[in-house]
Design a protein around this ligand. Structure first.
Ligand code: G3H
Length: 326
């Protein structure tokens, strides 16, 4: 496995929009996904291929560039969001960054809609985009006009990325036209903001459903497909992610569109950050290790990454309390 460039200034964060297609069930109907094969392949990815020690720091810095640093809690406040934004601007201690020879920020900050103005203000001039969840996150069980209005409101407040949730019932009942229409309407409501479609895969019962829902979301114009809200019983897993990136690859092969992937929820360690990057590299190639096509949705992964980077630089671990929770 080769090293990644450690020049970590932000490159273009947004790629060309996905134009979408008509609803094309032939692209997913009858597509069986073998769960045990997916699990085996996912396990191989992290055991067979290891990242050499010397390259680990570069992979971890790259993970930071791709993090959507997130807070999605009922007790979020303007103060917490401002602290999160300060962390997004300076994700690792200046002495560690200097020793590594990198300048790095996170890929985005991801918050609830009412927190968007605070994040926009705190990130002014940094180029770090604000992502807002919307559409009745996390369950999405609100009337569609209200969900669309929520998107428009968040965009008006300055969100450049909108993380929508889909109606799981449409997937569980195989109502693909309803899913397609809803995501397409959401994409329109986003205007210029990029749309990430959260499939909430822990709710979708089968990997076949995950594949089909991925395809329908992309056909309806999603710029990214994202695994989870962080609130389902099971959030990002490697077998589910493998299924989604293969759908993304298949969609790209047919349409020529490059869609982004965002695993999210439950990822807490530097090891997780590397495992998901290996998946992207192996299945899609180097381009999918850039923040315009890959994000890691996480509220508490940065702390461990910073700890590992400090160890890389100093040869020892700081006490955990020295790294603010992220
Ligand atoms: O989109 C990001 C997720 O909601 C974050 O989930 P997490 O709190 O489990 O890291």
């Amino acid at each position: 496995m080769t090293s990644l460039p450690a020049t970590a200034t932000q490159m273009a964060l947004h790629h060309a929009r996905n134009a979408g297609t008509a609803l094309e069930p032939a692209m997913f109907e009858g597509h069986a996904v073998n769960r045990s094969a997916a699990e085996k392949r996912a396990a191989q990815l992290t055991t067979r291929r290891s990242v050499k020690k010397a390259h680990q720091a570069a992979w971890l810095v790259n993970a930071i560039r791709c993090i959507d640093l997130t807070t999605l809690a009922g007790d979020d406040t303007a103060g917490r969001v401002r602290r999160l934004c300060a962390k997004a601007r300076q994700p690792i201690r200046p002495d560690i960054a200097e020793a590594l020879g990198v300048t790095v920020t996170t890929g985005a900050v991801c918050v609830y809609p009412t927190m968007v103005p605070h994040a926009v203000e705190a990130l002014e001039g940094t180029g770090i985009p604000v992502a807002s969840v919307a559409t009745g996150f996390p369950a999405g069980l609100m009337p569609l006009p209200l969900r669309l209005e929520e998107i428009r409101w968040a965009v008006q407040q300055g969100a450049q990325e909108i993380d929508i949730v889909i109606t799981r019932e449409h997937v569980l009942t195989g109502n693909w036209p309803a899913l397609y229409d809803e995501v397409k309407a959401m994409r329109e409501a986003c205007g210029d903001a990029h749309l990430k479609a959260i499939l909430a895969t822990g709710d979708l019962a089968t990997l076949g459903n995950v594949y089909a829902a991925s395809m329908v979301a992309m056909q309806a114009g999603a710029d990214f497909i994202k695994t989870s809200t962080g609130k389902e019983g099971v959030n990002a897993t490697l077998p589910v992610s493998l299924t989604m990136v293969r759908a993304l690859r298949d969609y790209g092969a047919i349409t020529g569109e490059r869609i982004g992937f965002k695993p999210a929820g439950g990822m807490k360690t530097a090891k997780d950050a590397i495992a998901w990057q290996i998946l992207m590299r192996e299945e899609l190639g180097r381009d999918w290790l850039e923040p315009d096509l890959f994000r890691l949705g996480a509220s508490s992964m940065l702390g461990d990454i910073e700890r590992q980077l400090e160890h890389h630089v100093t040869g020892r671990y700081a006490a955990a309390h020295r790294h603010a929770p992220s």
